[in-house]
Design a protein around this ligand. Structure first.
Ligand SMILES: Cc1cc2nc3c(=O)[nH]c(=O)nc-3n(C[C@H](O)[C@H](O)[C@H](O)COP(=O)(O)OP(=O)(O)OC[C@H]3O[C@@H](n4cnc5c(N)ncnc54)[C@H](O)[C@@H]3O)c2cc1C
Length: 592
């Protein structure tokens, strides 16, 4: 076996905005830090793809306060927000944005103030941005400067496959495959931060990168960490459907609508959102994402979709000049591809965009497993049942900083450095690295290819665990996921090459995706009402008795256990980690 052992104080898994922020902050605590990514630092996940805005009540464009931001966030969350996490996100958003500005993120300015715009669901102009559709790249550039200043050690093309626990159950390291050279790496660290982003690559239609395979959740399951509201996957309503565009963000129609309005029409040319939102849209784009997603898919289902199976987005009431003035770069790139949006409407449709549920943490980003922290999209609870536009990057900054501070402090002050691994941890690491070694060349003469299995799984998820769900579809998904798993375990082909063997990495990704598909499906089956991003055709109403969070954990025997927990209110004791009793029949809960 080609093995390497590496020791540090804080190991950060995933180098998007959350991971980068966490790594820099942990260094400030005096900790040795390693930041690793299965792709390249700052390039692998959703952060670099985010083109629009970051919400923070800085109050530069109009009077604002974190309390107003918090109120908007709770309203959008439909009663499921972990109020402590939501408050933290809104309270710490402004200082993090101002700090990132000082550290090199080139936020758009209006004079000597930040320029801020209003995005759907926000009651104030509070969304900051970088240039025209350049927020993600601006954020990455700024945070990378800070990593260099803090001299953070980073490792690219390194995929973590398992977390390692000692005999007390504490996470003390992670097993990884370094793909470039085909090395199995044992990382030892008293603090490990999961910042691996979301799971949207589990869906056939998604807006994200191929790296977003839900690894944070699979790794958390492996060490019996709690996951909250995993049924909540956000589907972005107006992703580009037709005509096809090249080199443009599929969800760029969002900023077009903030700035220009535009009309969302069904196949019969009618504005239809009023039917679902209760109030007329009239080109103002005020309905939240869950409502618009639901509305478009219902129109399609009822035979009133656009030709390609979505809705029309129409800017033809505007002149070329008006559109070009607002978005010169995007407008010109569309024109080069023969698409003039002042002349013709485009077709849009929902796509999997963001993971609302996630690893359950407290306000210091600690999970229920000692030594394990989480940050960014990997975390759940703060958005309730629906995420407001712009709140995801805020959460990545705020939770990343918090996780870095807490994990750095835990490693340096509480544990006091990297202890020698005990026998339990050593054996677990040996086993995890042996599994990595054993996968290379597995079934190498088989004709069952990993990409084919992956796309089968993604289709199953889109059709059965997607924007619309019901018991039958969720049961079908159970059987079909099991069939894919069976083929994966017995026949999936892995190339024999040692260096740059992507199939070697993809095997671990698919193993995790299958676990996470089961996780989302199980939580979706448990929540028998429709709320925000989770829509059940067989339970179309919100049920007040289900104003609670689903919390899922893998049992030591390997099954998934879903329990109900009261939402965490602002006045709840943040240090309390005693799980309430398992509520087997949530319908008998006393309404609060
Ligand atoms: C197209 C698009 C546009 C968006 N626009 C906006 C916007 O305008 N405003 C907003 O607020 N939000 C937006 N979002 C959401 C937001 O970008 C993300 O929620 C946020 O960037 C997540 O940051 P993160 O650091 O948690 O994860 P990511 O940036 O996704 O980073 C996770 C990293 O973890 C790595 N990784 C995963 N698994 C492993 C593993 N096993 N081992 C090692 N590394 C691993 C990945 O390679 C990746 O680099 C957008 C999302 C998309 C997809």
């Amino acid at each position: 076996m080609n093995r390497r052992d590496v020791t540090t104080d804080v190991l950060v898994i995933g180098a998007g905005a959350a991971g980068m922020y966490a790594a820099a902050e942990a260094r400030r605590q005096g900790a040795r830090v390693i930041l690793l990514d299965k792709s390249m630092v700052g390039r692998g996940g959703a952060t670099i793809m985010a083109q629009m805005t970051v919400a923070a009540a800085v109050g530069h464009a109009e009077d604002d306060s974190w309390q107003l931001h918090y109120a908007d966030t709770l309203e959008s969350g439909r009663g499921l927000n972990n109020e402590q996490l939501s408050a933290l996100m809104c309270q710490d958003g402004p200082p993090r944005i101002l700090e990132s500005w000082e550290r090199g993120v080139n936020w758009a300015q209006n004079g000597d103030k930040l320029d801020q715009v209003k995005a759907p669901g926000h009651s104030r102009k509070r969304c900051c941005y970088v240039g025209a559709l350049q927020t993600g790249t601006g954020v990455v550039r700024g945070l990378k400067k800070e990593l260099r200043r803090q001299e953070v050690e980073s490792h690219d093309t390194t995929v973590v496959t398992d977390l390692i626990q000692d005999d007390q159950g504490a996470v003390v390291g992670a097993a990884a495959l370094e793909v470039k050279e085909g090395v199995q790496v044992a990382f030892w660290a008293p603090s490990v931060i999961l910042a691996c982003g979301g799971l949207t690559e589990l869906y056939a239609r998604n807006s994200a990168s191929v790296n977003m395979t839900g690894d944070a959740y699979a790794l958390a399951l492996g060490v019996q960490a709690d996951l909250v509201d995993m049924e909540m996957v956000q589907f972005f309503p107006i992703a580009n459907l037709a005509p096809r565009t090249i080199g443009l963000d599929p969800i760029m129609w969002d900023p077009f609508r903030y700035r220009l309005g535009g009309k969302l029409l069904n196949g019969e040319g009618e504005e239809f959102i009023e039917r679902y939102a209760g109030v007329a849209d009239e080109g103002t784009y005020t309905a939240t994402r869950d409502v618009v997603t639901y509305g478009i898919l219902k129109e399609v289902e009822e035979g009133r979709g656009s030709p390609a199976g979505g809705a029309w987005l129409d800017f033809t009431d505007l002149t070329r000049e008006e559109i070009r003035d607002a978005f010169p770069a995007a407008y010109d790139r569309l024109l080069e591809q023969g698409i003039d949006v002042s002349e013709r409407a485009v077709e849009v449709a929902p796509t999997a965009h963001y993971t609302i549920g996630g690893v359950r943490v407290d306000i210091d980003m600690r999970t229920n497993v000692p030594g394990l922290f989480a940050a960014g999209e990997a975390v759940g609870g703060q958005h309730g049942a629906n995420r407001l536009s712009g709140n995801a990057l805020t959460e990545a900054f705020v939770f990343g900083a918090r996780a870095g501070e807490a994990a750095g402090g835990y490693a340096v002050k509480t544990v006091g450095g990297t202890p020698e691994p005990d026998a339990t941890a050593s054996a677990a690491m040996d086993e995890a690295l042996a599994t990595i070694a054993g996968v290379r060349g597995r079934n190498h003469d088989s004709d069952v290819f990993l990409p084919a299995l992956r796309s089968r799984l993604k289709d199953i998820m889109w059709r059965n665990v997607g924007p619309f769900r019901d018991q039958d579809r969720l049961e079908v998904a159970r059987e079909q996921i099991a069939e894919v798993r069976e083929e994966f375990e017995t026949r999936a082909r892995v190339d024999q090459r040692e260096a740059f063997n992507l199939e070697w990495q993809e095997w671990f990704e698919l193993r995790g995706m299958l676990d996470v598909a089961d996780l989302v499906r199980t939580a979706a089956l448990a929540r028998t009402d429709s709320r925000g991003a989770h829509q059940r055709d067989d339970f179309p109403q919100e049920d007040e008795r289900l104003l609670a969070n689903t919390v899922t954990r893998r049992t030591p025997e390997g099954s998934l256990d879903v329990r109900w927990e009261d939402v965490v209110t602002l006045d709840a004791d943040p240090a309390s980690w005693t799980p309430p009793p398992i509520d087997t029949d949530p319908r008998e809960r006393t309404p609060r």
